[in-house]
Design a protein around this ligand. Structure first.
Ligand code: HEM
Length: 433
């Protein structure tokens, strides 16, 4: 029956698979939506099945206890220690406590209130593109725009001074390597250094905010550390209302109260800084590339910027920035009819789910007019991306402004894709403005 699952999975991380994983997803789909690949590894490629699995609390994220089993020396890496102090590496009940507290600072209202300043940042970056591209000089859209906007936005939210942003961007880029966990141990040296420097920087920033509170996200997060914060909405799909029970466990300096410890506060700041940096730049990169490939869509965005909402959803579906995430079955269980032994890794192929023909008719067609897109690109369930409203807002604002500002915008050469499977994005994209 065509390509064996093991072969298809191995091919995903080959250079050809990294470049174009989509035929491999279809080879996997021929074996069903949930596929046991070998003992200890199951992959999920169906939209509905991925969505169900991400809401199944018997499947756990990688955390300190699981690192202890697979890589006992992981604690020698400060970058890994830092991330395991963040919500993305925590399971119930700890996760809900952390998520509620961080959400109390990173509220949808605070994000929405940023729209005008995001517009200003976009205009400033467009001015820069205009200068750099004057006289027809090719400009790298990724380096000069797509990777600058997300850092400028998150820096403004956290309260990082503008003069520190260049340094901040370099640190974030080094630290992002550690988001891939222990798959990249050889490159963790730079991530560890970035983590140490950023932890010191955040320590000072936190102290400053404690002495000089402001109406900003960091002040709210410092409050979450000091007194448990305001009652925020955890915002997780499928986990609403359970936040307050997250409770005492894991709060190491709150006398048992539902607080964030200092390390957790710093770990979550690192996560906010890095989780949305490359991912949003990938979204902006794909968004422009697809506009060039579909000039009729670019024309519509220029004429009606409000169309960017559905345009961005379709970009997220069609070129999913994070192609996969994973979970672990802690004990033996059955996942949608497939038995899993305890310790099995379950890889949820978001990029495959977003092209599931059962959910999206004619999935290889780029069509922002599809009804009810709802891609899996931000995950689902308790760990649903906390930054989804922010990155959506950035792309919805930036893409139409970019296209309107430069009516003759064009690719100077084909885009250069990153040689990665999970983090799917462009490395370099020379354009003329
Ligand atoms: C296009 C941009 C983005 C994409 C594609 C993306 C994707 C994702 C995905 C797939 C997850 C779930 C991972 C899992 O369940 O294993 C996630 C979680 C998360 N994301 Fe994003 N993200 C983006 C932007 C952002 C931004 C801008 C921020 C913050 C400023 C952010 C912060 C987070 C956080 C804090 C989590 C962890 C939530 C939790 O564990 O409860 N993300 N993201």
């Amino acid at each position: 029956m065509g390509t064996a699952p093991g072969e298809a999975v191995a091919a995903l991380v080959s250079p050809a698979g990294r470049r174009d994983p989509y035929p491999l997803y279809e080879a996997l789909r021929a074996h069903g939506p949930v596929i046991p690949v070998r003992s200890g590894l199951t992959v999920v490629v169906g939209y509905a099945e991925i969505s169900r699995a991400l809401r199944d609390n018997r499947l756990r994220v990688q955390d300190a206890a699981s690192y202890d089993v697979i890589y006992p020396r992981w604690r020698s890496h400060s970058s890994l220690r830092g991330y395991t102090d963040s919500m993305l590496y925590r399971n119930p009940p700890d996760h809900a406590r952390m998520r509620r507290l961080v959400s109390s600072g990173f509220t949808p209202a605070r994000v929405a209130a940023m729209s005008e300043s995001v517009e200003r940042m976009v205009h400033r970056l467009l001015d820069r593109l205009a200068d750099l591209g004057a006289g027809g000089a090719p400009v790298d859209y990724i380096a000069e725009f797509a990777s600058r906007l997300p850092i400028a936005v998150i820096s403004a939210l956290i309260g990082v001074a503008e003069r520190d942003q260049q340094w901040f961007r370099e640190m974030a880029s080094d630290l992002t390597i550690a988001l891939e966990g222990i798959t990249n141990i050889a490159r963790l040296g730079a991530a560890d250094r970035a983590m140490d420097e950023l932890a010191a920087y955040f320590g000072d920033l936190i102290e400053h905010r404690r002495r000089h509170p402001a109406d900003d996200m960091l002040t709210a997060l410092v409050r979450a550390h000091d007194d448990g914060g305001a009652q925020g909405d955890g915002g997780a799909q499928g986990e609403r209302g359970v936040g307050r029970e997250g409770g005492a466990r894991g709060s190491r300096d709150g006398g048992g109260g539902a607080r964030l410890s200092h390390d957790e506060l710093v770990g979550n700041l690192m996560l906010l800084l890095t989780a949305g940096f490359e991912t949003t730049s990938f979204l902006l990169g794909h968004g422009l590339r697809l506009a060039f490939e579909h000039p009729e869509q670019a024309a519509r965005l220029r004429a009606e910027p409000g169309r960017s909402t559905s345009y961005v959803e379709e970009v997220l579906r069609f070129e999913t920035p994070v192609q996969a995430t994973s979970r672990w079955a802690e004990t033996g269980m059955e996942l949608l009819g497939t038995p899993l032994e305890g310790g099995t890794k379950v890889v949820l192929m978001l990029g495959a789910g977003n092209r599931d023909p059962e959910r999206f008719p004619d999935p290889t067609r780029f069509d922002p007019d599809r009804p009810d897109i709802q891609p899996l690109s931000f995950g689902a369930g308790p760990h649903f991306c906390l930054g989804a409203p922010l990155s959506r807002m950035e792309a919805r604002i930036a893409l139409p402004l970019l296209l309107r500002r430069f009516p003759a915008l064009a690719a100077a050469e084909p885009p250069d894709h990153r040689d990665r499977w999970v983090g799917r994005g462009l490395r370099r994209f020379l354009i003329t403005v």
